[in-house]
Structures are given as C-alpha cells and as structure tokens.
Unconditional design. Structure first.
Length: 175
C-alpha cells in the first residue's frame, strides 16, 4: 500500500498490516473512544473535500474528562495537507499529551493512496488515531469524484500506526 500526502510528503505502510478498524488492536474502550473521536471530525473533513478545496490538516481531541473538541494548534499551520502541517499538529498535540490533558487525538488529512485491494491511486481522507490506552491506527476513507463534482466514498480500511503523540502505542505494541 502506498500513500502520498496531498501537497507533499510520502508515508509507506506494509500491506500485511492492513486491518479492519473494528478488528484492529487495542482494548475495547480505547478503540470505542478513538472511533467516537474519529466520527466527530469526519463531517468537517468530508465537507472540505465536497467543497473541492484542498484540506488543511486539522485535529480533534478527547480530554481526560471525555469531552471532544477541535484542536487549536499553538503553531501556525504551513498550509494545505503538507507533511509540515501534520508535523506541526503532532508537536502541539504532544505537548498536551505530556501534560496529561488528552485521552485521544485524531488528525485529519487529504491523501492519495493505493488501497490494499488495488485499483491504482485514489484520493482519500486519512484519520490518524491515537489513544493513550495504546490503540493507534490510520483509517482511510477513499473517494472518487463524479463528472458533476459529486463524491462517492467507497468504504474504509485501516492499518496500525506507531504512536507519534502517545508513546503507549510503542511501549505496549499493538494490542
């Protein structure tokens, strides 16, 4: 599986690591909380794509009290979907995670990816999920554009990811 971030940067993942999100490793509460957080920001990501604009990476977080909210970074974003923008979000989120303020994070970006089922490169929304309980996955929502600009989201797939914000993903392995 190959992933190209829109606007630059390339991330590569082994196709052997592809999992369904529901079957990916992690405790049920960690997974459920991460999925709930992912679903909180997906409408914003889809709206940006439907409106035909290049999506600037953004994030949502879950506080230790279980509240979900958009994340306002401490650094200014360098612009649409660059690896720099994602790195900037990760640095800012890591600060809050070190202070114990967050239970989970979700970073949303627009990418081009070759799905594990093949069929060539396609655009997708990538959601980088991390939970302090050790559940860390990348979820991908591929889509195609119709002739009149309509979008067809074709399901989703997921792959485990190393923790960039929460080191528990790296310490405990994928559970």
């Amino acid at each position: 599986m190959r992933i190209d971030r829109i606007g630059g940067g390339v991330a590569a993942y082994s196709s052997l690591g592809i999992l369904l999100l529901a079957a990916a490793c992690g405790g049920p509460s960690s997974r459920e909380e991460a999925e709930k957080l992912m679903n909180a920001g997906l409408p914003l990501a889809r709206r940006a794509v439907v409106e035909g604009r290049e999506m600037t990476p953004f994030a949502f977080l879950m506080t230790t009290k279980g509240e979900m909210r958009p994340f306002i970074p401490t650094e200014e974003s360098p612009g649409p979907a660059s690896q720099q923008g994602i790195d900037s979000l990760v640095r800012s989120l890591r600060e809050g995670a070190k202070g114990g303020s967050y239970r989970a994070i979700a970073i949303y970006a627009q990418v081009r990816i070759e799905p594990p089922s093949g069929g060539g490169m396609t655009e997708a929304i990538e959601v980088m999920l991390e939970h302090r309980g050790g559940y860390c996955v990348n979820a991908f929502f591929p889509y195609t554009r119709g002739e009149e600009g309509s979008l067809d989201f074709a399901g989703f797939f997921a792959a485990p990811r190393p923790g960039a914000v929460f080191s528990s993903c790296n310490e405990s392995g994928l559970r």
